[in-house]
Design a protein around this ligand. Structure first.
Ligand code: HEC
Ligand code: HEC
Ligand code: HEC
Ligand code: HEC
Length: 370
């Protein structure tokens, strides 16, 4: 039995729900294609109500979506529970959502009392094993497990972290595997002793797991949709604000007249190909990637740098003014002091532990010096 416990999508940025909807559709479809038995929508999927639920239902096909305390669940296309028949046993799977989602939820959904909803299902539905997914803080989830009789296995689906082994809580067992979808937890259940016997965490590492062509195709479709979306959003923004912001950064071409050698040496460096790297990955409009691959967006020293691919195409790549600051005044009065001290801080806004774990200021400075 394969379960996905939700929280698949990122919170929407600037209320751009088109992206959330597309993410919800893509990720759900991928799990359906992988043969997942069921998916339980998490906080991120339910907080925007029907708008996202509709996408989940569309993408899920025959894979059930489960939430046990959502009012009118069936009308929305969600099941209050499922009973899976595996190895001659009936496995009841339920899922409870924290009613606090309601306070933030828009597009009207109603969350019922979790404990009462679960107790009713456990009493009414015959089963050999009861698995419950709990979308609560760990503390609150443990409280529910203590108070509702008959939960065999509880999966904590909200707070980050992975449990090294199942933890006993009364007659129930708790497990947790929330690692940005990068880990698969595997568990064997012994029906005679009513306890877990085998338990493993498998890291779904890019190096270890071969990409699946069907999944890759889904991701490519999403990526090219996203790129088109960003391009269209930029057009909308330009029209609605009339492009009021103007950049004070000049771009490297403005330096060539007086610093030709330095410009030539920069052109040969990888900083001068940073935008091309994004283009190669079709990420040239992606707000997650742009800040470190353009000039004056990440920690501008002064003035206004990169605004958008359409407004400021002269600021693609990591150019001079990323390190030296806007040269707006400098070109008018070159003899005046210009630019601040270049320190490690100048670099590590982009050369972070994640993007460049081997970065060393002393060594790497040698490579960009001119
Ligand atoms: C009109 C000519 C001219 C242009 C255009 C120009 N510079 Fe300069 N720059 C100079 C002169 C002259 C100096 C000071 C003398 C020297 O050390 O070369 C200088 C000095 C500098 C310094 C050292 C400043 C200091 O206080 O130590 C930096 C950094 C610099 N320029 C960067 C740039 C950048 C970046 C651009 C393009 C955006 C640029 N310059 C465009 C003429 C120019
Ligand atoms: C705005 C973000 C940004 C800042 C600030 C920045 N870099 Fe980079 N740097 C990049 C990116 C992006 C690349 C990779 C370009 C590519 O190949 O696409 C890169 C590449 C490099 C490389 C070549 C890769 C390598 O390891 O051989 C060196 C060296 C480097 N940077 C040094 C520095 C130093 C030193 C500083 C500070 C003085 C600095 N960078 C500041 C974004 C930045
Ligand atoms: C926090 C800053 C930062 C962000 C955000 C960032 N990058 Fe980079 N990127 C870097 C730096 C720094 C390097 C150079 C690392 C090195 O090779 O030493 C780099 C290098 C690269 C390279 C060339 C090196 C390689 O591995 O082939 C590609 C391609 C790239 N980034 C793509 C992306 C994409 C796509 C995104 C968005 C998903 C992104 N980057 C977001 C900082 C960043
Ligand atoms: C990755 C950061 C970085 C980039 C990009 C960069 N520089 Fe520099 N630049 C430095 C550092 C470091 C120094 C050494 C002096 C210092 O520490 O201030 C320096 C010094 C200078 C100087 C003064 C010393 C000299 O050699 O005359 C000039 C002029 C200059 N840079 C111009 C440019 C121009 C023009 C560009 C773009 C074509 C550029 N820089 C791009 C980091 C950078």
């Amino acid at each position: 039995m394969v379960i996905n416990t939700g929280n698949l999508i990122k919170p929407s940025i600037k209320k751009d729900f088109a992206i959330s909807r597309q993410q919800a559709f893509t990720i759900t479809r991928v799990y359906q294609q992988m043969g997942c038995d069921l998916l339980t929508p998490g906080f991120q999927e339910l907080v925007n109500g029907k708008m996202i639920i509709d996408e989940l239902v569309k993408a899920a096909g025959s894979m059930p979506l489960v939430c046990s305390n959502l009012r009118d669940a069936e009308k929305l296309g969600i099941k209050p529970f499922v009973v899976l028949h595996k190895g001659g046993k009936n496995i009841l799977v339920a899922s409870l959502m924290d009613p606090r989602v309601q306070k933030k939820a828009i597009h009207g959904i109603t969350i019922k009392d979790p404990e009462a909803s679960l107790a009713k299902i456990l009493a009414a539905v015959p089963h050999d094993l009861a698995v419950v997914i709990l979308h609560f803080s760990d503390l609150k989830a443990r409280e529910i497990v203590r108070r509702v009789d008959g939960i065999d296995l509880a999966i904590l689906a909200t707070q980050r972290g992975i449990m090294a082994s199942p933890e006993a809580e009364g007659k129930s067992y708790l497990v947790k595997n929330n690692n940005h979808g990068k880990t698969i937890n595997y568990l064997d259940w012994n029906f005679a002793s009513r306890r877990p016997v085998g338990y493993r965490s498998i890291v779904a590492d890019r190096e270890e797991v071969k990409p699946d062509p069907q999944v890759e195709k889904q991701v490519d479709t999403y990526e090219s949709w996203l790129r088109k979306h960003y391009i269209s959003m930029e057009t909308v923004e330009k029209e609605s604000h009339g492009g009021t912001q103007i950049s004070t950064y000049l771009g490297a071409r403005a330096c060539a007249r007086c610093h030709p050698e330095i410009v030539a040496s920069w052109k040969a460096s990888r900083h001068a190909r940073a935008y091309a790297s994004l283009q190669k990955k079709c990420k040239d409009y992606c707000p997650d990637c742009l800040p470190c691959h353009v000039t004056g967006k990440k920690n501008p020293l002064n003035g206004i740098g990169f605004l958008s691919p359409k407004k400021t195409p002269h600021l693609f790549d990591v150019q001079c003014e990323q390190c030296h600051g806007s040269a707006h005044q400098h070109v008018k009065a070159p003899q005046q002091p210009y630019g601040g001290n270049i320190t490690e801080k100048t670099c590590i806004v982009c050369h972070t532990n994640q993007t460049d774990p081997e970065f060393s200021f002393e060594h790497d400075l040698e490579l960009v010096n001119h």
